[in-house]
Write a protein that binds this ligand. Structure first.
Ligand SMILES: Cc1cc2nc3c(=O)[nH]c(=O)nc-3n(C[C@H](O)[C@H](O)[C@H](O)COP(=O)(O)OP(=O)(O)OC[C@H]3O[C@@H](n4cnc5c(N)ncnc54)[C@H](O)[C@@H]3O)c2cc1C
Length: 385
């Protein structure tokens, strides 16, 4: 039986990470992140460059692609310590999804240019998959990319596109072949957001944040070299990307950040909420181990279903943690850090630091990356095979 716990090297690595975060993470950036965790590129770019200089900007990438080449346990330590230090997410679509897809399927020219640009934070991405009427049923999407000489001309509409206003490029799923079954005719295209014909319109969500957007694509011209890998193979690449997204959405750091906060928020409260905190700690620990097992490749038989399971569990744990925090803080969950109480009618309208707003955002975690109902179907279909 394998011995549980960190090796001496792992403990030394954890100390190295803690020291780095303590000495290098700007306190004002950590304070900003602790308020809502939805920072803009202007806030996070300098931090990403600092991480890039250290070789730690893309913790999920192998060494061959410019990552640190950490073991699964080191990656786990990084995620937990990073979240607990209130260090921010950055360039999440580029680092978490686009980079791995280009590394796996992109041309040599795409790899040479995009991987380094993502590492350094020079290029930020958004993910243009969902459309009105094509979310869960993604393969029914209608955006078309028609071949015209050496170019493709892209026309259609995307919706719920996160971070689009901060993005230089979209990884766009579009139909390039109308003659075949829906999944077979899609391509994945790297589309510049400043190209003529691209319009971005923000959508304000219930937590008061404007990070999701509608995007209108009106005859946007891109060169054929903007297609990742082969044309019409986009569905295969999209499945790979969504598995990376769902594994990323395991939210280890955020959950451990919540546990730290809840230990403080529930101190001195009654036994009922303290008991629930202990149960939450146990469930987060079980989730930790599941993530570790997936990263160690122990889930080979389950394919993408294990990523679906991590995504469902993480989103539900985040809501539980958020609910407990609001319950423990009571009216203070609506209070800004400078101490002013926000009027009830006001708090839904503002990007705020009230913990209630953060909780409202986690409801969306049961939807983005593929709704939890769909993930449960994927898990069942895999297990029933
Ligand atoms: C905050 C946020 C950020 C997002 N960011 C992005 C992004 O950056 N890029 C992007 O492309 N998309 C993004 N999305 C979109 C997200 O991927 C879709 O919302 C999601 O896939 C669900 O699609 P839908 O909204 O069209 O809902 P629908 O597919 O219409 O589903 C509505 C409801 O019906 C249920 N349902 C649908 N079909 C079935 C079925 N077969 N069996 C059982 N239940 C079913 C769903 O589970 C859901 O509860 C984001 C969404 C949110 C909320």
């Amino acid at each position: 039986m394998q011995k549980l716990g960190y090796s001496t090297e792992d403990v030394a690595f954890r100390e190295e990470v803690r020291t780095f975060l303590r000495e290098q993470l700007p306190p004002e950036l950590a304070a900003l992140e602790a308020q809502h965790s939805h920072l803009k590129r202007r806030d996070t770019d300098p931090w990403q460059k600092l991480l890039a200089a250290r070789g730690w900007a893309v913790p999920n990438w192998p060494k061959a692609n410019g990552g640190p080449g950490w073991t699964a346990v080191q990656r786990h330590i990084w995620d937990v310590e990073y979240g607990r230090a209130n260090a921010p997410e950055y360039n999440i679509i580029g680092v978490g999804m686009v980079g791995p897809v280009i590394a796996e399927f992109g041309s040599d020219a795409q790899k040479a240019y995009f991987l380094q640009a993502i590492i350094k934070g020079d290029l930020h991405f958004c993910q243009g998959f969902s459309e009105p009427g094509a979310g869960s049923d993604l393969a029914s999407l209608k955006t078309r990319a028609l071949r015209d000489g050496e170019d493709y001309v892209v026309t259609g509409q995307k919706i719920w596109t996160s971070h689009a206003a901060d993005a230089d490029m979209m990884i766009c799923l579009a139909r390039t072949n109308m003659e075949v079954k829906p999944q077979a005719g899609l391509s994945m295209i790297l589309l510049p957001m400043d190209a003529p014909g691209v319009t971005v319109r923000p959508i304000r969500s219930i937590d008061g944040i404007e990070s999701i957007n509608e995007i209108f694509l009106d005859e946007v011209r891109v060169p054929a070299s903007a297609v990742i890998g082969e044309a019409d193979m986009g569905w295969t690449y999209a499945k790979f990307l969504l598995t990376a997204e769902r594994t990323h959405n395991a939210y280890l750091g955020m959950l451990h950040r919540y546990l730290d906060r809840l230990r403080i928020a529930t101190a001195g409260l009654g036994p009922a909420i303290r008991r629930r905190l202990v149960q939450l700690e146990i469930d987060v620990e079980a989730h930790d181990w599941s993530v570790l097992r997936v990263r160690l490749g122990e889930d080979e038989r389950l394919g993408g279903a294990s990523a679906s399971a991590l995504k469902v569990t993480a989103s539900e744990l985040l809501i539980r943690a958020g609910m407990m925090e609001v319950e423990a803080l009571g009216p203070s969950a609506l209070v800004e850090t400078d101490g002013r109480t926000r009027a009830l009618s006001d708090w839904v309208n503002r990007a705020a630091d009230g913990k209630m707003n953060q909780l409202l955002y986690w409801r969306a975690a049961t939807i983005f990356g593929g709704a939890n109902e769909i993930q449960r179907s994927i898990i069942w279909n895999t297990l029933a095979r």
